[in-house]
Design a protein. Structure first.
Length: 542
């Protein structure tokens, strides 16, 4: 007798429908599995046989053939245990075939018949709803996750025997609602306050601009200058996640297998900080059967790369296209997988291996060749894609103990603004972008043609932009990113037109446009620029 059950296989972020076909024919007792399953899938034979016996059902004493169709689609993991077991019960006459019409199922079986949670349940639920499924049977631990998909009936179950009872009487199913527990995915920086950062007016201002326009940020400075503290406060400046973005982020985390049953919908922006020793696969994603990497796990949030110059250059160069396109495409022989990665990149690095090059009080111990090799890991095309490049100085003694610096850094005796105050300015700037830009995009996401339509450069700003392109020998990408930052600064100042002062301030965040002239010269120039503190920066922007 032939029986069919519906399920799905994960293909990157999506799920593809899979039909589990079970045929029982005369022959020696055996269960043969075909259809390009991996090792975990092939071991389903023993798990299903034991689960049926220990759940009070009668395992067939004849030959059983299980086919996972389509046969040319790679399947991964033990999630087909439950549909295989249900197919065997149908084919052996222990379940009524009418009960499974329009019902999808997924889940790993224990030897005692218990259902264990798996990854990617949210993607499978979306595929089931799209296919018009009547109901979806999932392990109880995945019930809250599957119920995030509206318009789909979810039947959570603890055991195989309970699944059989639900099929006989669907009224026994307990209504499943999304969990309201503590959201996961939020970084430590989400609760940190920007007011805790001492000094560093230029860095705090760059962080505000990065949050408002969704720009990438590079912080260069000696140890202890506050680079990591600034980076960890960026999530607290970003606006809340809209429902559609929250669902997409939750789907990414679910496919990666990092979503717990109590988590529910992720409502806080993620903050991911991989170690500089991570591989390209861990950072970008991949594997034999591709999974999302740190880049995609930071989707709609912040990816913090500390000690940027310590990463392998081959790893960093793989960030170029994802930073530009907002998505990662991973190609394998049998499939091509897409993972979204619209992130705000914050990178931090020391000016040299010892960290003290350019410091006025501590001498650098690194030979010139060592410094050049250190900076050679950061390619020009990668730096070209980072909108804001800030050289940070070492804090003075008065700033460390909370007193105003002699140079005026920190705004005199007034305390620095809190994250709440800065987040409100960011929110207002985002509202202006939403009203002006197509589809409410941030300034960093606009295409070149759309940017020209909505830029609104004043005559003085246009002339200054031309002069900056000539003097700094900017590439087309750098010139475009410069004016994007100026547009964001104008939005923060509630200006409909980009003024020359906005473009002048944007120029103070382009410290490494001429990297080929030597990192030593640029870092020295950056430290000289910031040595005057807030007064000199404001003077340049005027």
């Amino acid at each position: 007798m032939l029986a069919r059950c519906n399920s799905a296989a994960l293909l990157g972020l999506e799920a593809a429908p899979v039909v589990v076909e079970v045929d029982i024919a005369p022959g020696l007792p055996a269960l043969q599995l075909v259809g390009l399953s991996d090792t975990a899938g092939r071991e389903s034979r023993e798990r299903v046989r034991a689960a049926l016996r220990n759940s009070g059902f009668r395992p067939p004493l004849t030959r059983v053939i299980v086919s996972l169709a389509p046969a040319d689609l790679r399947k991964e993991g033990p999630a087909f245990d439950l549909p295989i077991a249900l197919g065997v019960l149908l084919a052996s006459g222990q379940l009524d075939p009418q009960r499974l019409i329009g019902v999808w199922s997924t889940g790993e079986l224990g030897l005692d018949g218990t259902l264990r949670p798996g990854r990617g349940t949210l993607a499978l639920a979306l595929a089931a709803r799209q296919a018009g499924a009547r109901a979806l049977v999932v392990p109880a631990a995945n019930g809250a996750e599957a119920s995030l998909v509206e318009g789909l009936t979810v039947w959570p179950a603890e055991t195989l025997q309970q699944v059989a009872q639900l099929l006989l009487d669907p009224a026994l199913a307990c209504p499943c609602r999304p969990a309201a527990g503590k959201p996961v995915g939020a970084g430590e920086g989400a609760a940190a306050d920007l007011a805790d950062v001492r000094g560093q007016h230029h860095g705090r201002r760059a962080l505000e601009i990065a949050a408002a326009g969704h720009h990438h940020l590079l912080l260069v400075g000696p140890p202890g200058s506050g680079k990591t503290m600034l980076a960890r406060r960026l999530p607290g400046l970003l606006p809340p996640l809209p429902p559609e973005e929250a669902l997409e982020l939750t789907q990414v985390v679910s496919v990666a297998g990092l979503l717990s049953g109590e988590a529910g919908l992720i409502r806080q922006r993620p903050f991911r900080a991989p170690h500089h020793s991570c591989t390209a696969t861990a950072l970008v994603g991949g594997g034999a059967l591709p999974r999302p990497g740190e880049l995609s796990l930071a989707h709609h949030g912040v990816l913090f790369l500390d000690e940027l110059a310590e990463f392998q250059r081959a790893v960093l160069d793989q960030l170029r296209e994802p930073l530009e396109e907002g998505e990662v495409w991973i190609s394998r022989q049998r499939q091509r997988t897409r993972f979204p990665c619209r992130i705000a990149l914050v990178a931090a690095t020391n000016p040299c291996p010892c960290g003290w090059f350019g410091d006025p009080l501590r001498s650098c111990q690194c030979p010139e060749g060592v410094r050049q090799r250190y900076w050679a890991r950061l390619s020009g095309p990668l730096l070209d894609r980072i909108d804001l490049q800030v050289v940070m100085r070492r804090l003075e003694a008065d700033e460390l103990v909370g007193l105003p610096a002699a140079s005026g850094e920190g705004g005199g005796h007034s305390p620095p603004p809190s994250s709440g105050a800065v987040a409100e300015r960011v929110r207002q700037a985002r509202e202006r972008m939403t009203r002006r830009n197509p589809a409410g995009q941030a300034n960093s996401a606009l295409t070149g043609e759309t940017l020209r339509q909505h830029l609104a450069l004043s005559a003085a700003a246009l002339e200054r932009w031309r002069g900056a392109i000539r003097q700094r020998r900017l590439s087309a990408r750098s010139a475009e990113r410069l004016v994007r930052v100026a547009r964001t600064i104008a939005d923060l100042e509630a200006s409909n037109e980009v003024q020359a002062s906005h473009l002048a301030e944007a120029l103070t965040y382009r410290s490494f446009d001429q990297l080929q002239t030597g990192a030593d010269q640029l870092l020295s120039g950056g430290n000289q620029l910031l040595s005057g503190g807030k007064q000199q920066v404001r003077g340049d922007t005027g």
